[in-house]
Write a protein that binds this ligand. Structure first.
Ligand SMILES: [Fe+2]
Length: 424
């Protein structure tokens, strides 16, 4: 079936047009157009361009040790089930019953032999295959129903024990695009670590998902927004890992003022809340590494833990978030750390620091979201300390332009923005 290209909404055209200025090296790059941060039309485009075409982190394999273990997560309006099957494979599938679409599970985890829709009891196996449905035989055989009613599957890749899913069957493998993280990951012995999964905030944050990640990944603001509590990890001295087209990771490292620091109730400070991980090298003990695997994951390397967060859009000006120092959890720590009798007290110290940083960032993010609605919303120039924002823009531009190409939005289509080539 051939569909006519969707019409190009002016808000989408504005962002595509703006990429010519935004997807540039930091020396010349500008902020994305404001439509990228609040337009419902652009958000719909972005769901197709980014969230249906990228590797999305959903959690860790350690969360699913046994056959039948599952968790349910919603990413950009798509309820998903992630399940370990009887054959040991981890699968990701749509959580919507193939009958009329009620979710089989939502925002929960557990172990099931069968997934039963609460609406009309249609039933599915651990691999997503259709098992049966009551009162259907008068209109269709169970065999025929089974043939059309398996839960749609997503592509899955396990990277370093993290489960990534992709709606795009033709997606290229993820791992080769993450090699920039290798020097950060070494010596952590991640496979031997214990994972404390992220706790998702039940209330969506009221601003655009990109803004949360932008604030997370740029060090320009830290000395101004987080005086005193960020001084231990000063933005002077930040190192940016250079960008290559095709990367799926953006990472910077910030030196500590002393070895073996981490997040504490006093903000960034030494000693860290948890014991320093054995085997880390001098470089690793003297810095914090802030990485992200867009569009859904941040990953933080400190001397006492590896911490990850999951960020999912919920509408054009909303997101849900778990872990990543935004909320508790998403912590990978050595077994000895997880077994400490005062683990909870140490975690509470860390989360007090997180609360202080988060409150300051939230004030800024809320003000920034309001600003995007102004007719005077600026598209200003970046500081060299915003290298990571230039990188994020370039990552986004690849996704946006590819989607524009798939939709056939190339000249001479009226309103076609400059710099968008079909088919890339
Ligand atoms: Fe901040």
């Amino acid at each position: 079936m051939t569909l006519a290209p969707d019409s190009l909404h002016p808000d989408v055209a504005a962002v595509l047009d703006g990429l010519a200025d935004s997807a540039q090296p930091v020396e010349t790059a500008r902020v994305l157009p404001p439509e990228a941060y609040g337009s419902p039309a652009f958000h719909e485009f972005e769901k197709a361009a980014v969230f249906r075409r990228s590797w999305l982190c959903v959690g860790r394999v350690q969360q699913l040790p046994e056959a039948g273990d599952y968790f349910a997560v919603t990413i950009a309006d798509e309820p998903l089930l992630v399940v370990r099957g009887d054959d040991g494979a981890v699968r990701a599938m749509s959580a919507l019953c193939r009958h009329r679409g009620h979710p089989l599970k939502e925002s929960c985890s557990g172990n099931e032999k069968r997934f039963v829709c609460p609406y009309h009891r249609w039933t599915y196996g651990r691999d997503g295959s259709f098992v049966g449905a009551p009162h259907m035989k008068k209109v269709i055989s169970q065999r025929a129903l089974a043939a059309e009613s398996a839960l749609p599957q997503l592509k899955v890749e396990i990277w370093q024990g993290f489960i990534f899913v992709n709606f795009d069957d033709a997606a290229e493998p993820l791992a080769p695009t993450l090699t920039k993280l290798d020097p950060y990951l070494e010596n952590y012995d991640l496979d031997a670590m214990v994972t404390i999964p992220p706790r998702f905030d039940p209330e969506p944050g009221p601003w655009n998902w990109k803004m949360l990640l932008e604030n997370y990944i740029e060090p320009y603001h830290t000395e101004f927004v987080h005086p005193v509590i960020h001084d231990f990890a000063p933005s002077t001295g930040v190192q940016f890992d250079p960008w290559s087209d095709g990367d799926n990771v953006i990472v910077r490292s910030v030196p500590f003022r002393a070895a073996d620091g981490g997040l504490t109730e006093h903000g960034w400070a030494a000693p860290a809340a948890f014991p320093v991980i054995e085997g880390l090298n001098e470089t690793q003990r003297n810095r914090v590494g802030f990485g992200m695997i867009p569009p859904t994951m941040n990953i933080i390397f400190t001397p006492d833990m590896l911490c990850y967060g999951l960020v999912y859009p919920a509408g054009p000006t909303g997101f849900t978030v778990g872990g990543g120092l935004f909320t508790a959890g998403g912590w990978c720590v050595p077994k000895a750390t997880a077994g400490l009798p005062d683990f909870d007290a140490r975690a509470a110290r860390l989360m007090e620091g997180s609360r202080q940083l988060g409150a300051q960032d939230t004030t800024v993010n809320l003000a920034m979201q309001r600003a995007k609605a102004s007719v005077f919303a600026p598209r200003g120039r970046y500081s060299h300390l915003e290298e990571t924002l230039s990188q994020f823009n370039r990552w986004l531009a690849v996704k946006y332009r590819a989607e524009a190409g798939r939709r056939g939005w190339s000249a001479p289509v009226p309103g076609m923005p400059a710099g968008v080539a079909a088919g890339d």
